[in-house]
Design a protein around this ligand. Structure first.
Ligand code: AMP
Length: 311
C-alpha cells in the first residue's frame, strides 16, 4: 500500500499516519520529521532547512525530492509507505510520479483530511500543551505567528494538489473534523473499498476465456503496461505473435485483454501516444488471429458463422 496524507498543519496527518502504519505494516515517511532530524544533526540539509522551517516557509523542492528519492529506495519501503507532508507542491508531486514510474510502483490513494481552518490554531495549541505536559521539546514552528505562515503556504502551494490528484482519480477526501477514531475508520473503509475493487479487477483480468498460454501473455502485457509503456508495447507485439498461432477464440480474448490493459494502464500514466500504438498492435493481434484461424480450421461454414456472431 502506498499512500499520501494531505492536509494543512494540525489536520491530524501525523496521528492518522501512525495508525495506518500499524494497520498496514508500511513505513511512515514524514519529510517534516526527516528535516527536523537533519536540523538536529546539523547536516548540510539541516543547515539549509533550519531558518526556512523556523519561519514557516517551504524547503526547496530539490532538497525534499532528494530526501524522498533516497528514502523510498530503502528496503523497508518496499512493502509500502505512507507519505506525510510530501508532496507539498505540484513540482514535488510530479517528481514523485516520475520516481514511482521509474521503479514500476503505483500510488494507491491520496487521503485528504479536510478541516475547518478556525479549528487548526486550537488544535496546534492543544498539541503544544500535550507535548509540554509530556516534557517533550515543542516545535519552534508551533506558534500562532508561524502557524499562520504555514497555513498560507498550504493554501497557495499545497492545496493545488487536491486538484492534481483528483484529476488522476487518486483523491479520497475525508472530514478531518470528526474524532480521531471516526477519521481512522473512514480512511480504512475507503481503503478497503479500493482494495476490493482492485482484487475484482485483477480476478477479472485473470479469467479470460481463451487458452491459458495466450491469456498468460495478455496478463503479462497488462503487468508490464503498469511498469513501462514502452515495455507494454513490446509485450503487446508478443501477444500479437502468440495470438497468430493460437485458436481464434483464445487469440481474440488475448488481443482484447492486452488492448484493454495496455490502454487503461498506459493512458492512466498519460502516455496516450504509446497507448494508441499499443492499442493498434493489440487490435491487429486480434484480427490477424481471427484471419489465421479462419484459414487453418478449414471448417468454413461453422467457423465463419461463429465469427460473424461474435462481431
Ligand atoms: P511538517 O512537520 O510536515 O509540518 O513540516 C515542518 C516544516 O518542514 C514545514 O513547515 C516546512 O518548512 C518543512 N517541510 C516539510 N515537508 C516539506 C516539503 N515536502 N516541502 C517543503 N518543505 C517541507
Amino acid at each position: 500500500m502506498r499512500l499520501i496524507l494531505l492536509g494543512p498543519p494540525g489536520a491530524g496527518k501525523g496521528t492518522q499516519a501512525k495508525l495506518l502504519v500499524e494497520r498496514y505494516g508500511i513505513v511512515p515517511l514524514s519529510t517534516g520529521d526527516m528535516l527536523r532530524a537533519a536540523v538536529a544533526a546539523a547536516t548540510p540539509i539541516g543547515l539549509k532547512a533550519k531558518d526556512i522551517m523556523a519561519a514557516g516557509g517551504l524547503v526547496p523542492d530539490e532538497v525534499v525530492i532528494g530526501i524522498i528519492a533516497d528514502r523510498i529506495a530503502e528496503p523497508d519501503a518496499a512493502k509500502g509507505f505512507i507519505l506525510d507532508g510530501f508532496p507539498r507542491t505540484v513540482p514535488q508531486a510530479e517528481a514523485l510520479d516520475q520516481l514511482l514510474q521509474e521503479r514500476g510502483l503505483k500510488l494507491d490513494a491520496v487521503v485528504e483530511l479536510r478541516v475547518n481552518e478556525s479549528a487548526l490554531l486550537q488544535r496546534v495549541e492543544a498539541r503544544v500543551a500535550q507535548m509540554e505536559a509530556r516534557g517533550e521539546t515543542v516545535r519552534i514552528d508551533d506558534t500562532p505567528e508561524v502557524l499562520s505562515k504555514r497555513l498560507a503556504a498550504y493554501r497557495t502551494q499545497t492545496e493545488p494538489l487536491v486538484h492534481y490528484y483528483s484529476e488522476r482519480r487518486k483523491l479520497l477526501t475525508i472530514d478531518g473534523m470528526m474524532t480521531i477514531d471516526e477519521v481512522t475508520k473512514e480512511i480504512e473503509r475507503l481503503l478497503l473499498a479500493i482494495e476490493a475493487a482492485e482484487k475484482r479487477a485483477k480476478s477479472t483480468a485473470r479469467k479470460p476465456k481463451g487458452s491459458s498460454n495466450t491469456s498468460k501473455v495478455a496478463k503479462k502485457a497488462s503487468k508490464t503496461a503498469v511498469r513501462a509503456p514502452a515495455a507494454a508495447k513490446k509485450q503487446a507485439t508478443g501477444a500479437k505473435a502468440t495470438a497468430k498461432r493460437a485458436p481464434t477464440k483464445a487469440a481474440t480474448t488475448a488481443g482484447k485483454a492486452a488492448k484493454k490493459a495496455a490502454f487503461r494502464d498506459t493512458a492512466k500514466k498519460g502516455a496516450k501516444t504509446t497507448a494508441r500504438k499499443t492499442l493498434k498492435g493489440a487490435k491487429r493481434a486480434g484480427s490477424t488471429a481471427k484471419k489465421a484461424a479462419k484459414k487453418r480450421t478449414k471448417q468454413p461454414a461453422k467457423a465463419a458463422k461463429r465469427l460473424t456472431k461474435r462481431r
